[in-house]
Design a protein around this ligand. Sequence first.
Ligand code: PGA
Length: 279
Amino acid sequence: MISPKSRPLWVGTSWKMNKTLAEAGSFVDELLAFNIPSGVQPFLLPPHTALARVRERIPTGSPILLGAQNAHWAEEGAWTGEISMRMAKDAGATLIEIGHSERREHFGETDRIVALKAVAAVAQGLIPLICVGEPLAVRDVGGAEDFVRLQLQIALSELASDEISQVIIAYEPIWAIGEQGIPPRLDQITPVMALINDVVTTAGGPARAVLYGGSVNPQNATELLSDPHTHGLFIGRAAWEASGFIEILKLCAPLAGAGAGPSTIYSRNLPWPTTAALL
Ligand code: PGA
C-alpha cells in the first residue's frame, strides 16, 4: 500500500508536434467531462498553434493548467520562428517547458540556454518546467547522477535562491523517452529523483515539484509514483488520447494527498499568487 503524497500530484502531458485545432478541442472536451481527482494538478502543453484556443475552451475555475513547450529567453525582437515568454503567457500559458531532450538534441538547446529561459520564465511569472536526463551511454558507465547534477546546477544558475521554489523539474532519462524508449525500473530512477530534490533544495528550494517522465503508462504510473521523491508525472504518448490521460489521472487519485485539491493550489483565472501562498 503506497501512502498518499503530502503535496499535490502534478500530472501533465506535452502533445509535442501533434494535434490540429479540432483534435485539440476534442481532447479538451473529453477531459472536461472527467472529474479531476482532488489533490491532482493536471496540466496540458499544447503546440503553440492550439494554446490560445485551448485556453478559451477551458471554463473559468477549471483546475487544468496550460503551458507552452518552448519559449525564447529574450523579451522580444528579431528571433524568427520563436515566441517570447510574454507571448506564451498571453496565449494562456502558466508553465513553460524548458530543455526537453528533443529540443537539446534537434535544436541545439544547451544548458546555458536552459538557464536563460528559466530566469526569463520566472521574470514573467511563469513556472519553468525544466527537463533533465542522461543518455543511455552515460547511464551505462554509471554517470547518470553526475550528468543530471550538472545539468540541473547550470539550469538553476541564473535564478536567485528565493526563486528556486517556483520551478518544476522533470527527470526524463533520454533512454526512456519516445517510441524507442525503455520504461524504467523504479530502482533506476529513485537515486536520481533523490539527487534532484537535494540539488534543488541546496540551491534554495525545495522545488514546486519534481516529476518523472519517459515511457510513463497506465501499467507503471502507480509504481513510479511510489517513489517518495516523485511529486507527479510528465507523460507523452500514453496521454495523447484524452482517454489515456484520464486513465492515468484515475490511477493518481488514491495517491493524491487528501484535501490538497487543485483549487487550493491556484486557478489560472486568479491573480498570480505570492510565492508564500504556493509553498
Ligand atoms: P513518452 O514521452 O511518454 O512518449 O516517452 C515523454 C516525454 O518526452 O516527456
